[in-house]
Write a protein of this length. Structure first.
Length: 255
């Protein structure tokens, strides 16, 4: 069995202004790249075809249970011991997530699969995390092509251009949903009601902030800045030209 890692889809960059500014897209090769240095952070699940052809039920003992690849050569993942397709020609669907964990509680943890229930990755955001997900298509011992997994970014990324504001003493995002759950079976992400403020590093005069990773699917974010030598707080509402912030996109927003 050959399992190929599509690494990750590069984010797209959009340049915006605050409130409802213009957004222009251009390709950007950035974000987490899966290689030997972080391979231990890749978790692999797989479910095999059940007694009914074409159905792939989750059980407490799936075909692959949060495995870690033992190596990577180019884009090809290897496992030790090796993985072999089930007998009888049954097919398998592979799933993967990043970053992998074996914790069962805490800020970031995984819940085990059960009968009819997929595992779920529970995470807490600080603005620095890059969460990714991949799902394959059914493949089996008669397949001539290797299994392919292409990772997609779950979060959106914001970068704030503060050059028009002058020197700042602080800058933060307000009320960011920070506790989410990634369903390994379908890639859906949900958030509970918990929120936090994320403080960004104050950029040099005339520059942009570091990139912060926050939930996608949100219509707008509030940004609070405090000017240097001033107690006055300014709040900006930032949003895309239309719709919600999209996963796998870097938005550069001028305040």
């Amino acid at each position: 069995m050959q399992l190929w890692c599509g690494r990750r889809l590069p984010p797209t960059r959009r340049t915006c202004t605050h409130t409802d500014g213009d957004c222009r897209r251009k390709a950007l090769h950035a974000g987490t790249t899966i290689d030997a240095s972080n391979l231990s952070n890749v978790g692999i699940y797989a479910v095999s075809e059940g007694s009914i052809a074409g159905q792939y039920p989750w059980t407490s003992t799936p075909f692959a249970l949060n495995l870690v690849p033992s190596g990577i050569s180019g884009s090809q993942l290897s496992f030790n011991p090796k993985l072999y397709y089930p007998l009888g020609g049954k097919r398998v669907i592979f799933y993967s997530y990043y970053p992998r964990t074996t914790a069962t509680s805490g800020s970031n943890y995984i819940t085990a699969p059960g009968n009819g229930v997929a595992p779920a990755y529970h995470f807490t955001l600080t603005g620095a995390e890059d969460i990714m997900y991949a799902a394959g298509t059914p493949t089996g011992s008669t397949s001539t092509m290797p299994v392919s997994l292409t990772f997609n970014h779950v979060l959106t990324q914001l970068q704030l251009n503060t050059s028009l504001l002058g020197a700042l003493s602080s800058i933060k995002l307000l009320g960011v949903y920070n506790k989410g759950t990634l369903d390994i079976g379908n890639g859906n992400v949900t958030y509970d009601s918990s929120t936090t403020d994320i403080t960004l590093t104050v950029p040099l005069l005339g520059s942009v902030t570091n990139t912060v990773m926050v939930p996608a699917g949100v219509a707008s974010y509030k940004v609070e800045v405090v000017l240097l030598l001033s107690l006055l707080k300014r709040t900006y509402l930032v949003k895309p030209t239309s719709g919600n912030f999209q996963p796998g996109v870097i938005y550069t927003i001028s305040l």
